[in-house]
Structure formats: structure tokens, C-alpha cells
Write a protein of this length. Structure first.
Length: 224
């Protein structure tokens, strides 16, 4: 792996995981030293983050991790809704029914709520997101459109930051399993409108849950 790719991948994962929160200064010299690369690869990596919108150039000398608040989430989901609802319709017409039926069975057997008291790094949750990645890959293959794939890749890059906010929500994880199962079943059955509607419901619920996680919890409400 090239040094710039290593630096970019590391910084990307740290932004998506929250290890580098919004507002963190991405100083070229400091990041190069921390990542064990020279300044040129670090500069290239930071430039790629700016190009994808994960970092913002505040001034010629200052680059920071981009904000990711409620307005950003709503804008992201506007695009996600347009792309994924259409993709579900197309997949229902073009996709392999056997493949999506198998994915529906996998969702039926998934239990990401087995996180043992809300551990955000549980194997069960990680396995569930790996299953979602398989579903996304199958959706992309069924749509078979490079423009769609590129647009969805950009959305998913930012979506990783949003999903982190809902990892510990047991009720939301359970609902997400059922929602993905319904989408996969509709695609397998060739029902384009049901697939699109189920995707719409899933995205509405996902956004509502993530926005809810951003709201401060009052002392009277306690913690989850």
C-alpha cells in the first residue's frame, strides 16, 4: 500500500469511528509524524479527505475534520433516500432472486442486539454491519450502474459516521434487521414498489433514531 493510501485509510477510519471528532485540526506535519509517513503522503491524504467532504479547509494553513450535525445528516439522507429507493426498484427488476432470498434469510438469523449492555464494539454488531455491506454490494451489482455506484460510495463514506451514533441502540438494531429483511424479500419477489417503500421506511426510521441520539439527555431521563 502506498504511503498516501495508508495515511488516507487511517485518517478515514479515525474520522468515521469518532477518534478524530469534528473540529480536529489535521496539521500536515503532526499527522505525518503520527502516521509514520513523510509530509507529501500526509498532504495527499488530507487533500483526499477535503475532496470527499470529511475535512474542511478553514484557511490556507488550517484544515479540520468537518462538522457532522443534524443538518448534515438530513442533507445526507435526502441524497441517500433518492439513490437507495431507486436502487431498490431497479434491483427488484434486475437482481438475482435467489441471492436476495438468501440475504433475507441471513437478516432473519441476525441478532446484532446481542451487544451485552451496549458495547459499541461488539462482535454481533460488527457482524451485522458486515451483513449490511454484503447487501449493499448485492444491490450495487444488481443495479450495475457505475454512476450509481460512485454516488452511493460517497454516501456510505459519510454514513459510517452516522451509523456510529446508533450502534448502542438495541431497539433500533432490532428494527433495522426487520427492515432490511423486508427490503431483501421484496427484491427477491420482484416487487419494485414494495422494495422502494420498505427502503423509504427504513431510511426514515434510521434518520429519526440518529437525530434522536444527538439530542442531549436530561438528568431526569437518565442514560440508556
Amino acid at each position: 500500500m502506498r504511503a498516501s493510501d495508508h495515511a488516507y485509510t487511517t485518517l478515514l477510519e479515525e474520522i468515521q469511528s469518532g477518534a478524530l471528532p469534528p473540529g480536529t485540526v489535521l496539521a500536515e506535519v503532526e499527522q505525518a509524524a503520527r502516521l509514520g509517513v513523510s509530509r507529501t503522503p500526509a498532504r495527499e491524504a488530507i487533500g483526499r479527505l477535503v475532496a470527499t467532504g470529511l475535512a474542511t479547509q478553514q484557511s490556507p494553513r488550517v484544515t479540520v475534520v468537518s462538522d457532522f450535525d443534524g443538518d448534515d445528516l438530513r442533507a445526507l439522507f435526502e441524497l441517500r433516500r433518492a439513490l437507495e429507493e431507486s436502487a431498490a426498484r431497479i434491483a427488484a427488476r434486475r437482481g438475482d432472486p435467489t441471492l436476495f432470498a438468501a440475504l433475507a434469510s441471513d437478516f432473519a438469523a441476525a441478532h446484532p442486539e446481542h451487544s451485552g449492555g451496549g458495547s459499541g464494539s461488539s462482535d454481533a454488531v460488527d457482524a451485522y454491519y458486515a451483513l449490511i455491506a454484503r447487501f449493499d454490494a448485492a444491490l450495487d451489482a444488481a443495479v450495475d450502474n457505475a454512476y450509481y455506484a460512485q454516488s452511493l460510495r460517497t454516501v456510505r463514506t459519510h454514513l459510517a459516521r452516522a451509523r456510529r451514533l446508533a450502534r448502542d441502540n438495541r431497539e433500533r438494531l432490532l428494527a433495522s434487521v426487520a427492515e432490511h429483511r423486508l427490503i431483501a424479500e421484496a427484491i427477491a419477489a420482484g416487487d419494485a414498489e414494495l422494495a422502494a417503500h420498505a427502503t423509504h421506511v427504513h431510511l426514515h426510521n434510521a434518520l429519526s433514531a440518529i437525530l434522536g441520539s444527538l439530542e442531549p439527555t436530561s438528568p431526569a431521563e437518565g442514560t440508556r
